[in-house]
Design a protein around this ligand. Sequence first.
Ligand code: ADP
Ligand code: NI
Length: 217
Amino acid sequence: MDKNITLINNTIAFVKETLKDAEGGHDWFHIERVWKNTRTIAESESCNMLVAELGALLHDIADAKFHNGDEEAGPALAREFLTSQHVDEEVIYQVEMIIRHVSFGGGNTPATFKSPELSVVQDADRLDAMGAIGIARAFHYGGHKNRQLYNPGIPPDMTMSKEKYRKSNAPTLNHFYEKLLLLKDLMNTETGRRMASRRHAFMQTYLIEFLSEWEGG
Ligand code: ADP
Ligand code: NI
């Protein structure tokens, strides 16, 4: 048990150092929130807590969005770190698979891997894209990419592929309709669904207010 606490602490230090210059929506505090959500959700799931916690802590260690689309950078860096910590191969493999599969792949991307720990971490990560924090992260990301807040002349496009989506320069408000409002129906766990429903309602209220203010309401 002590061995695991040391491993978690070493992982936290590694993640903080690796993400020290990360964009504000993908920084250590995002990881910390996902880690907390993971522990909350995992309480009512039967899963391996060490795998889930390591998966949460390492899930955005080298996000492909910020690494020229290289999907293997994250899993490789996590493997290298965990190997240096003498972690069992089975645990490393499970964590790698979480990092590979955690991200939202668009509505028609088939799930090719499933594990109880991935279900938990995926819900935990999705929750951080919803609600008050999700709204802040979306506009922060849009600002980082110099996107418009909203443009009534550019309607949301629900049919974009992952690749096209990444390159799209659409206004940030579109992101709510293209992704954030879809998340509540993608939750894997009961606790995730319950937490998501509150955050979803808050986003809906926010959007009604936003669009009303846009019209001078
Ligand atoms: P994660 O890294 O958590 O798997 P993403 O990388 O897809 O998820 O998104 C991280 C954060 O950046 C989320 O809060 C998401 O809403 C936001 N984000 C991603 N793409 C866009 C976009 N096109 N417009 C606005 N926000 C975005
Ligand atoms: Ni994330």
